[in-house]
Ligand binder design. Structure first.
Ligand SMILES: Nc1ncnc2c1ncn2[C@@H]1O[C@H](COP(=O)(O)OP(=O)(O)OP(=O)(O)O)[C@@H](O)[C@H]1O
Length: 262
């Protein structure tokens, strides 16, 4: 099934439309009827206290939740107007279009080059020149090329934590996704590496759409166009980041951003 068309009357600016999304793990419900729209070429931050469902929401956007035993999802997630849970959707293609970067850098214990070439190889690229070009392009996009171009054959595990995380971003970018899901990508990093990742995210949104979970409200304020505040599995408020932080409409949002709980 093609996922590219703009259907169901969505405006071109809507990249992902979530309607009445609920997620259950076994007997415990993690998300309750969440609806929101994510604009193309924007950065959307998901904030809220631990356990409120941010990662669950993120994983439901590219069906990563399905890898968890006992996890059931209902509702609708449209990507460019097509339901990603619809019959006939190829999950491999979906996850190629909607890539993911995790909290802890998780490079493979393989050379830097192979880490980035992994996805393109998986999707059938064999030509060495083409692979080399893709690797250079993705590492440049991830602001890592200059630091590693002379040691592409060394193990990714020899890189610093911040470099490893940019490598993981390069690995995700190498298959040219149009959405990048990031689950607290900078929480394990020092302030300088964090600033690099934040700069990178700002640049990436020219190419793609970013959805990021963060515990760091200053970070959401710096990088996100829109912010969603979750509490106990409910989406409490979703608005432009400046409005959500300066004039929250819900007192629970206000309590959270002013540090009164969470
Ligand atoms: N694999 C799983 N199996 C069972 N329950 C899970 C699983 N993952 C998450 N949950 C539960 O779902 C709820 C939401 O968890 P989730 O990880 O989505 O929250 P979160 O807001 O991302 O939390 P944190 O900020 O601590 O990462 C929690 O009650 C959690 O215990």
């Amino acid at each position: 099934m093609e996922l590219d068309g703009r259907k169901n009357g969505q405006t071109p600016a809507t990249k992902i439309r979530v309607q009445d999304l609920s997620v259950v793990y076994g007997r415990s419900q993690a998300l309750f009827d969440v609806s929101l729209e994510i604009r193309a070429h924007s950065v959307t931050a998901l904030i809220g206290p631990s356990g409120c469902g941010k990662s669950t929401f993120l994983r439901s956007l590219n069906r990563m939740n399905e890898l968890i035993d006992g996890c059931r999802t209902s509702g609708r997630v449209d990507l460019d107007g097509e339901d990603v849970y619809g019959p006939g959707v190829d999950v491999v293609t979906l996850r190629r279009r909607v890539g993911m970067v995790f909290q802890r850098p998780n490079p493979f214990p393989r050379p830097i080059f192979d880490n980035v070439a992994y996805g393109p190889r998986l999707y059938g690229v064999r030509d060495r020149r083409t692979l080399a070009d893709v690797v250079e392009w993705a590492l440049t996009q991830a602001a890592l090329w200059d630091e590693v171009k002379d040691r592409l054959g060394t193990s990714a595990l020899e890189l610093s934590g911040g470099q490893q995380q940019r490598l993981c971003i390069a690995r995700a970018l190498a298959v040219e996704p149009d959405v990048l899901l990031m689950d607290e990508p900078a929480s394990a990093l020092d302030p300088i590496s964090t600033a690099k990742i934040e700069d990178l995210i700002q640049q990436l949104k020219e190419r793609l759409t970013v959805v990021i979970v963060t515990h760091n409200m200053q970070q959401a304020g710096r990088i996100a166009d829109e912010t969603a505040f979750f509490l106990n599995g409910h989406l409490v408020e979703f608005d432009r980041t400046d409005r959500l932080f300066e004039r929250p409409r819900d007192r629970r949002t206000e309590a959270y951003i002013t540090g009164r709980f969470g």
